[in-house]
Design a protein around this ligand. Structure first.
Ligand code: PLP
Length: 394
């Protein structure tokens, strides 16, 4: 008898992957230029040249035994020092390299945190709309995923709902800002309110509720919007970061967990994160790209195209009658669907070769996600398809 849960996860592709595969099939039938695939969050801009130049230099110059060797489980010490120097400078904090644990992208960072923190039956809170893999990761850690229903007006936090859902079993809350799928950045006011609530609840029960900041989109923030850095607002914050989006390196699988000293029992928490990494068999994050990311820590890909795309879509969609909360970052937006049934609406969109993802999978029905990490000309050409779709409903 196999592990049924794993068989299920391995056989059922996610709705996003399903749509992405459908897009490839349609492209073979009608030509890629005729399919408006907004399904997946694969960055559309290349990594900056310095990434490849750094990788080449390391390949040419580093001792091959070191280059291809294991690193320390928590990541190469020199790499962690370079990264902490950059983090300290950027956020005006004073961490040290032993606060940092290098991981195989944000996905592994989250899994290490969740497995390190949770005991069976603990609860982890996420806010709808949420990244669907959270549920997989939380349940994989033996915990229960509790979804707080969306504040569909602004995609900030519905505090009444949150307060109702905090129980003695709440171990952690995951915050993802800038957010996938809404694109919204949580305001400083939201973060202050959240911190005050969690602090109050933690104090009353004498045990911390951890705040996990999932930050793969931190750099993709539009028009200079401030993305609050959670450890500055809440003591028991743990940061999960990734270079998948900022440096357009999703295939290289690089990220980190940051456990500041201010976190309650921080050394134990760090040990639990490292223990989870060991138990999950990660061994160490990819050695070459640990070094590349450390050496390119202050760079980003040319992410300005995402803001251009966002502006084009916002203007186009709102003029057609779609209702959209304006994203403050990322390369996603999450309009209300013109049919209450988002799944039916996304099926109707497919008839125009418009591939958008139903909100139901993000815990927020009657919406759909548009991933606009695509060439701008695809956005321009897609507008007539969005318009034709709208005309079926309005
Ligand atoms: N968290 C969020 C909100 C994401 O959107 C993603 C990827 O799309 C991840 C985590 C995982 O990122 P990574 O590629 O670094 O594992």
């Amino acid at each position: 008898m196999l592990n049924e849960r794993m068989v299920g996860l391995g056989t059922q592709r996610s709705v996003i992957r399903e749509l992405f595969e459908y897009g490839k099939m349609r492209a073979a039938e009608v030509g890629a230029e005729n399919v408006f695939d907004f399904s997946i969050g694969n960055p559309s801009v290349p990594s900056p040249e310095i990434v490849n130049a750094t990788a080449k230099k390391l390949i040419d110059e580093l001792d091959p035994v070191v280059l291809h060797g294991y690193t320390s489980a928590q990541g190469d010490a020199g790499v962690r020092q370079m990264l902490i120097d950059s983090i300290n400078k950027r956020f005006v904090v004073n961490y040290n390299k032993d606060n940092l644990y290098m991981t195989v992208g944000a996905a592994a960072a989250l899994c290490c945190c969740l497995n390190g923190l949770c005991n069976p039956g603990d609860e982890v809170i996420v806010f709808a709309p949420y990244f669907p893999e959270y549920k997989v990761f939380i349940e994989g850690a033996g915990a229960v995923c509790k979804v707080i229903k969306a504040d569909t007006k602004a995609f900030q936090i519905d505090f009444e709902e949150l307060e109702k859902n905090i129980t003695p079993k709440t171990k952690a809350v995951i915050v993802n800002s800038p957010n996938n799928p809404s694109g919204v950045v949580y305001s400083e006011e939201t973060i202050k309110k959240l911190s005050a609530l969690l602090e109050d609840k933690s104090n009353k029960r004498g045990e911390p509720i951890y705040l996990i900041a999932d930050e793969p989109y931190r750099e993709i923030a539009f028009n200079g919007v401030n993305v609050p850095y959670l450890p500055k607002y809440y003591k028991d914050s743990i940061v999960c970061y990734s270079w998948s989006k900022s440096l357009s390196l999703p295939g290289e699988r690089m990220g980190y967990v940051l456990v500041p000293d201010q976190v309650t029992d921080s050394k134990m928490v760090y040990a639990a994160v490292a223990g989870a990494g060991r138990s999950l068999g990660y061994v160490n994050a990819p050695g070459l790209f640990q070094r590349v990311c450390a050496m390119c820590a202050n760079e980003t890909a040319d992410i300005s195209i995402y803001e251009t795309n966002k502006n084009l879509l916002m203007k186009g969609l709102t003029s057609m009658g779609y209702s959209v909360v304006e994203p403050g970052g990322t390369f996603y937006m999450f309009p209300r669907t013109l049919d209450e049934d988002d799944i039916a609406f996304c099926e109707a969109a497919k008839k125009h070769d418009l591939l958008i993802v139903p909100g139901t999978g993000f815990g927020c029905p009657s919406h759909a996600r548009i991933s606009y990490c695509v060439p701008t000309e695809r956005i321009e050409r897609s507008l007539s398809a969005f318009e034709a779709l709208a005309k079926e409903y309005l």
